[in-house]
Design a protein around this ligand. Structure first.
Ligand code: ADP
Ligand code: 5GP
Length: 188
């Protein structure tokens, strides 16, 4: 049975890194491409990393009820289009959503069977270090993300699973184990 996996956690914790590894390790998993009003970062490609929309385009899609969930995060809108998820499930693929906490709650309410995983840092201080080392966000944007992070950390007990991303290999193993167990797959 194809399932929806929601991966959430504060910015800089390593969600994108862990998901990239997960997609290589587990067959038949596909990442949903979100829509956002955020400006593309250097190297990001429209349709691959995000569907980059204007605020007006995003608002029209909200009115048309195109979104399974959407939320404002650090001044921009982000959302999962229903078609991204439904098409993949219909084809028999499980779907991974990399989304923030408010969106994760909306998916939980809409799809009680979704599998919800919170990725936590070994210590909150690593978030700034990782965002600095990633080098994709200006200092003021990093500050804004860290402010949101403290609220997100307070929500972690809502999630069925929690993976601490300390050692990357160890965290990847744990996430893979959770996903394989939920899909009834043998260990890789
Ligand atoms: P997120 O998607 O949660 O914002 P990223 O996956 O972009 O986070 O990771 C943020 C930065 O931290 C990246 O530069 C990434 O290479 C690094 N990173 C991810 N996991 C670890 C880890 N376990 N130890 C050290 N650095 C990590
Ligand atoms: P970033 O700007 O770093 O790509 O993403 C910022 C935050 O938005 C991250 O926590 C990311 O997981 C979240 N995000 C990305 N896509 C979506 C989405 O479709 N919906 C929601 N609610 N959050 C998203």
């Amino acid at each position: 049975m194809a399932k929806v996996f929601v991966i959430t956690g504060p910015s800089g914790v390593g969600k994108g890194t862990l998901i990239k590894e997960l997609l290589q390790r587990v067959p038949d998993l596909e990442l949903s491409v979100s829509a956002t009003t955020r400006q593309p970062r250097e190297g990001e490609v429209d349709g691959r990393d995000y569907h980059f929309l204007s605020a007006a385009q995003f608002d029209r899609r909200i009115d048309d009820e195109d979104f399974l969930e959407f939320a404002t995060y650090s001044g921009n809108l982000y959302g999962t289009m229903r078609t991204e998820v439904e098409r993949r499930l219909a084809e028999g693929h499980s779907v991974v959503l990399e989304i923030e906490v408010q969106g994760a709650r909306q998916v939980r309410a809409a799809m009680r069977e979704s599998v919800q995983v919170f990725i936590a840092p070994p210590d909150p201080s690593v978030l700034r270090e990782r965002l600095d080392s990633r080098g994709t966000d200006a200092p003021h944007a990093i500050d804004a993300r860290l402010e949101v992070a403290s609220q997100e950390m307070a929500a972690q007990d809502e999630f069925a699973y929690r993976v601490v991303n300390d050692d990357l290999e160890h965290a990847s193993d744990e996430l893979e184990r959770i996903v394989r167990a939920e899909l009834g797959l043998s260990d890789g």
